[in-house]
Design a binder for this molecule. Structure first.
Ligand code: PAN
Ligand code: ZN
Length: 184
């Protein structure tokens, strides 16, 4: 075969990968342009250093057709908006993705190039397919960490700029103690 097989083990408490893994932490200050609320109600002063999520991926990215990453989104909100990922389109228009829910619960927002949004629930045991051409952002609406594994092509590429420019047209916020999808 052109590329070597690999087999890794996902560990819990804390979530991680055995062997050498790369960990990227996204803090509130890294996502300042994402959340509508500037004030953090979890933390009265607003804590720019607060971890919102982290992404754990294998250190060695093989030149393979498939790879994966594990995302752990901490529970909580910034203002009334639940913790979420930055969100992106794939640069390649033919690159979809599969998400496998490992723990917790939340929603995946998917947005097309015209700004039309649909959503799917994600929770432990869920398998969600994200079709090519849709931007995706994951939101933790649960009480605990939301953890999922994403399987995708390393050639997919991540386009964050389009989201920085236009944002998502829907937000997931807390209203009367419940998660609700509202216009951005
Ligand atoms: C996921 C995401 C991960 C973090 O692995 O990259 O959940 O979200 P952002 O990349 O938007 O910060 C994925 O969709 N990969 O393609
Ligand atoms: Zn993706």
């Amino acid at each position: 075969p052109r590329v070597a097989a690999f087999a890794h083990k996902v560990t819990r408490e804390p979530w991680g990968l055995d062997g050498t893994a790369k960990i990227d932490i996204r803090r509130q200050k890294d996502l300042a342009d994402c959340f509508a609320g500037q004030k953090d109600t979890d933390c009265p002063k607003g804590d720019p250093e607060k971890e919102i999520y982290k992404v754990i991926s294998p250190a060695e990215q093989e030149q393979s057709d498939l790879t994966y990453a594990i995302t752990i989104i901490q529970p909580g909100k910034v203002g009334d908006e639940y913790h979420m990922t930055r969100g992106h389109f794939h640069k390649r228009a033919d690159a979809g993705e599969l998400y496998f829910g490992l723990s917790g619960s939340g929603v995946i927002l998917m947005q097309d190039r015209l700004g039309s949004v649909t959503k799917e629930d994600i929770a432990e045991g869920a398998v969600v397919y994200i079709p090519p051409g849709l931007a995706h952002r994951t939101v933790n609406t649960g009480q605990g960490e939301l953890v999922f594994l994403a399987a995708y092509s390393p050639q997919a590429g991540h386009d964050y700029e389009s989201i920085v420019r236009r944002g998502f047209s829907k937000r997931v916020v807390e209203r009367d103690g419940r998660a609700e999808l509202v216009d951005a």
